[in-house]
Design a protein around this ligand. Structure first.
Ligand SMILES: Cc1cc2nc3c(=O)[nH]c(=O)nc-3n(C[C@H](O)[C@H](O)[C@H](O)COP(=O)(O)OP(=O)(O)OC[C@H]3O[C@@H](n4cnc5c(N)ncnc54)[C@H](O)[C@@H]3O)c2cc1C
Ligand code: FES
Length: 274
């Protein structure tokens, strides 16, 4: 059992939870995730480790369906049945020069440990974060402190530049900014657009994939994805892959595989689907 220390709303439909998970905290590295199960009746869902203390970890989740909605109902002092991890390969952090880290939506929270790790490794880190509107721009202060330059975009222009994160990247590239690596995490379509932009320019691009994970240990095959000529399992081979090789069209189709069941579960539980 894993004790909840904090569970608070940080933006509309986005919550930050801090949990006592000493063994996970000891080993967690940037880019890794946990599989969380609320109780014996719950499904397992993957959530990125967005921060860690000596004995604690932080997760940041957006309410999109039954399990993430049920998480919001948990209070400090209560427990989660399972928090399994850290899972997945950690981000391969090296000193390579200038790294442009891009986060969209709740992916902004997932980006934070990666930005910290690249900065601590001595890289110049440019951050681009984007959300639908001002209220959804999270982790602004944390990212500003850990990066060298930061750009914000919102779809409606209520904060930063009006437009998408890819527009800000396009501008940086057009003005001749020398970027050695792009790292992107967020909606599949955003990671696809970013990868399509950087491929002709020959900029190495890593993306963190959000395929549907069921067991998280490489056994069930639900998270399989074509990367280059090969089939990979996001849970054990990823979640980070070379964005120039990922079959994003397959990713987007596979993300919707359980839509009917998810809709049905929301209807039964009276949850509004995000
Ligand atoms: C490696 C990884 C890290 C992730 N980290 C975060 C995070 O830090 N914060 C966050 O808000 N979300 C994260 N996600 C997505 C998160 O797991 C889903 O939003 C969550 O499982 C939705 O469950 P639900 O029951 O609330 O919604 P549902 O109604 O069941 O699903 C809504 C949508 O969420 C996705 N989803 C559903 N079940 C899963 C599943 N088992 N695995 C993956 N995606 C699923 C599907 O695209 C689905 O259409 C991550 C996904 C992966 C693969
Ligand atoms: S989630 Fe089952 S193989 Fe990856």
């Amino acid at each position: 059992m894993f004790k909840i220390l904090i569970n608070k709303k940080i933006a509309p439909a986005i919550y930050k939870m801090e949990l006592e998970a000493p063994f996970v905290a000891q080993k967690a590295m940037a880019g890794q995730f946990v599989m969380v199960r609320i109780d014996e009746n719950g499904e397992r869902i993957p959530l990125t480790i967005a921060g860690r203390g000596e004995k604690t970890i932080a997760i940041v989740y957006q309410t999109v369906g039954v399990t993430t909605q049920r998480l919001t109902e948990k209070k400090a002092g209560e427990y989660l049945l399972d928090v399994v991890g850290p899972l997945g390969h950690a981000t391969d952090v090296k000193k390579i020069g200038t790294v442009c880290c891009i986060g969209g939506g709740v992916g902004i929270a997932e980006l934070y440990p990666v930005v910290k790790a690249y900065s601590e490794a001595g890289n110049r880190v440019i951050v681009i974060i984007g959300a639908r509107n001002k209220e959804l721009v999270i982790f602004k202060d944390e990212l500003k402190k850990t990066s060298h330059e930061m750009f914000i975009t919102t779809d409606d222009g209520t904060e930063g530049e009006k437009g998408f994160v890819s527009d800000a990247l396009k501008r940086l590239m057009a003005k001749g900014e020398k970027i050695d690596l792009v790292y992107a995490v967020g909606p599949a379509v955003m990671m696809k657009v970013v990868s399509d932009l950087t491929k002709p320019a020959g900029i190495m691009t890593m993306v963190s994939l959000n395929t549907v994970l069921v067991d998280g240990t490489g056994m069930c095959g639900s998270c399989r994805i074509e990367v280059g000529e090969e089939t990979k399992f996001a849970c054990v081979d990823g979640p980070e892959f070379d964005g120039h090789k990922v079959n994003f069209n397959e990713l987007m189709v596979r993300q919707g595989l359980f839509k009917e069941q998810e809709k049905h579960a929301c209807k039964i539980k009276g949850v509004l689907q995000g």
